[in-house]
Design a binder for this molecule. Structure first.
Ligand code: BGC
Ligand code: BGC
Length: 617
């Protein structure tokens, strides 16, 4: 790790032209970050005007975010609710294959109720947030980009901006204003179930790629596309230290000094604030034993105070209930610590009532409520929500052809190509265009394994393959790349080479936590198949689908070529693009160290071969 100041200087230089993210006080750990969008007097005046008309119930309502399955548009209006989210695998009609128009219709209903002035209500547009973490991934037919770990392997900042742009466009079609992305986590222990949401174990790579993703999602503060109707409000998450927990335990404790916390886990936030990220999500984890949702020091003193963040802090899914003394339905401590909007999916009503009571009892000051509501109104005003009209009147709304548009798929396919890391090649790759090949293994024709968690559902499983509309599987990609009839899935066939796709099955969050990084090959049909092919003298190319490196020495040893393909998403053809002929070379480098039982000590960024066996430039 470089020293603090040289690391910061390097990051400051990385900021684009007019975005001056860094003004460093030597004696401070946390730099003041100048927001490129702060200080608009017109907006600040409007914030004050709206705030002055609100009563306590209306203010508290703004601070509450409910889940669309647990609240009707009518109730959202009646209780002045400021925001809704759809969680992983939550679709407006309740069916994964419900009509696309259902998203926009529901967004319109929520908007309409929030803008009603009946019975003394105030017109304040409700904001809808969604986990568009690798494309608009809850929506059937959307372009699904590689999960962040693959993008870290690609490490192409320009491509990140394109991905952000495409994602924002697809989300805008559905009338949603806000994405809970990017995850700026720096995973330091790959046993963590969310490792694939992290670009890299290297804070510098995370910071740089997050910044570019944000410029794509929100637009560029120096350009007139910032928070335009083609763009979204984005979220840097999860503040802070989510990737640093002991043993990689999800929602666990990150035991670090404050300097280490900044050096490793703070870099992404410096860059995110520097390009004007509008929301930051509090993390489920603790820092040295204290839950972040209850940390006034981190949320208020550091993030809003020292770093100068003027957007709003959103809580994570019932994250407040983990603070001692809190429940899902009641938590003055989270608000007092600095959470401005509480994600309280089901218990929104009781939570609102309890909060109003706590303010009246003096447990939460009115000044604190005003501060939170100011921040929420400021972001809504910056995004033009008060003036843009109903969701269906926005520029891209309802333009169904943009969902899974071929230009977006081309970006995703490029990302797949660039994410592939070649760990071994014994004169097997590239595969000749005229070769006869077997493409098999559990992941060869498997959209769910290909895309991992946070795809259609939270865990990314239990959805039949035919529901992954618009997907090209890895096998499909080979079918297209080779002469027709030359690709078979018949593992008994004779062939010049076999591509065996295997790997992890999908998971999200804590369900992906591991005790050991070893990948269990006991009873693995895929491994038995590789051994069988080798016995028949058919060279084996092993393609590993996974959310992280795993100990797979036996496969690396058995195979003639080994490719880490991460979780590529909907554009499986990107794999054949690189493996067949030499049109595209391997570019990816390891974003994390690869664990090995002695056979293959692959270091982060230090590994990755081209077809010719030399490291990529
Ligand atoms: C996750 C967040 C996510 C939220 C909403 C939480 O469980 O930690 O990353 O944005 O759910 O789905
Ligand atoms: C939701 C996710 C959420 C998770 C939190 C799930 O039921 O679908 O969006 O992140 O719960 O535990």
């Amino acid at each position: 790790m470089k020293t603090r100041n040289s690391l910061r200087a390097a990051l400051c230089l990385g900021i684009a032209l007019s975005l001056n993210a860094c003004a460093v006080a030597e004696d401070e750990i946390w730099p003041k970050v100048k927001s490129p969008v702060a200080g608009n007097a017109n907006i600040e005046n409007r914030v004050e005007t709206v705030l002055a008309t609100m009563n306590l119930e209306q203010k508290v309502g703004q601070m509450v975010q409910a889940e669309v399955k647990s609240i009707s548009p009518e109730d959202a209006g009646r209780y002045h609710i400021g925001s809704v989210l759809n969680g992983g695998g939550s679709w407006p009609t309740g069916d994964v294959d419900g009509p696309l128009g259902g998203w926009l219709s529901l967004a319109n209903l929520f908007y309409k109720e929030s803008m009603s002035t009946e019975n003394g209500r105030l017109a304040i547009p409700l904001i809808w947030g969604t986990d568009a973490v690798h494309g608009h991934n809850n929506v059937q037919g959307a372009t699904i980009f590689p999960h962040n770990i693959g993008l870290g392997a690609a490490n192409n900042p320009g491509l990140m901006r394109d991905i952000g742009t495409a994602t924002a466009r697809e989300v805008a079609v559905t009338g949603i204003d806000w994405a809970f992305a990017p995850t700026v986590a720096v995973a330091r222990d790959i046993r963590w179930g969310r490792t694939y949401e992290s670009y890299s174990s290297d804070p510098k790579i995370v910071a740089e790629l997050s910044k570019e993703m944000l410029l794509g999602l929100q637009g560029h503060p120096a350009l007139d596309n910032f928070l335009s109707e083609q763009k979204l409000i984005a979220t840097a998450k999860h503040f802070i230290g989510d990737g640093g927990t002991t043993g990689g335990k999800d929602q666990g404790d990150t035991a670090l000094t404050e300097q280490e916390l900044f050096d490793i886990h703070g870099q992404g936030y410096v860059q995110a604030l520097g390009v004007g990220v509008q929301t930051v999500m509090a993390s489920f984890n603790s820092w040295n034993g204290n839950k972040l949702h209850g940390s006034k020091y981190m949320l208020t003193d550091v993030l809003k105070g020292k770093m100068g963040f003027d957007g709003f802090v959103i809580g994570d899914w019932n994250g407040h209930e983990q603070i001692p003394g809190c429940t899902k339905a009641s938590c003055a401590a989270a608000i007092n610590a600095g959470v401005d909007m509480i994600m309280v999916p089901e218990d929104w009503k009781a939570f609102s009532e309890n909060t109003v009571r706590q303010v009246k009892a003096g447990e939460i000051t009115r000044a604190r409520i005003d501060d939170a509501v100011r921040r929420i109104l400021r972001v809504k005003l910056r995004a033009g929500m008060f003036d843009d009209g109903k969701p269906s009147s926005h520029e891209l709304a309802g333009r169904a052809k943009l969902i899974g548009h071929e230009s977006h798929r081309a970006v995703a396919r490029q990302a797949v190509r660039e994410s592939l890391v070649l760990l071994k090649n014994e004169k097997t790759l590239p595969i000749a265009k005229t070769a006869k090949i077997i493409v098999a293994g559990s992941g060869a024709d498997n959209p769910s394994m290909q895309s991992g968690g946070w795809t259609l559902t939270w865990q990314g499983r239990d959805v039949p393959a035919e529901q992954y509309k618009g997907f090209t599987t890895i096998k499909d990609g080979f079918d297209r790349a080779l002469k027709s009839g030359n690709v078979t899935s018949d593992t008994d066939a004779s062939a010049d080479v076999a591509v065996i796709v295997f790997g992890e099955t999908p998971y999200a969050e804590m369900e992906g936590d591991l005790a050991s990084t070893d990948f269990d090959l006991t009873d693995s049909a895929d491994f038995a198949l590789m051994q069988n092919l080798k016995a028949r003298n058919i060279p084996v190319v092993a393609v590993f689908l996974s959310g992280r490196p795993r100990g797979v020495d036996a496969v690396i040893k058995t195979s003639d070529a080994f490719v880490a393909a991460w979780l590529p998403g909907s554009e499986g053809a990107g794999v054949a693009d690189v493996l067949v002929s030499s049109r595209y070379n391997f570019k990816g480098k390891l974003p994390f160290d690869w664990p090995a039982g002695g056979a293959a000590p692959f270091k982060a960024r230090g590994f990755g071969l081209t077809h010719s066996g030399t490291p990529p430039k």
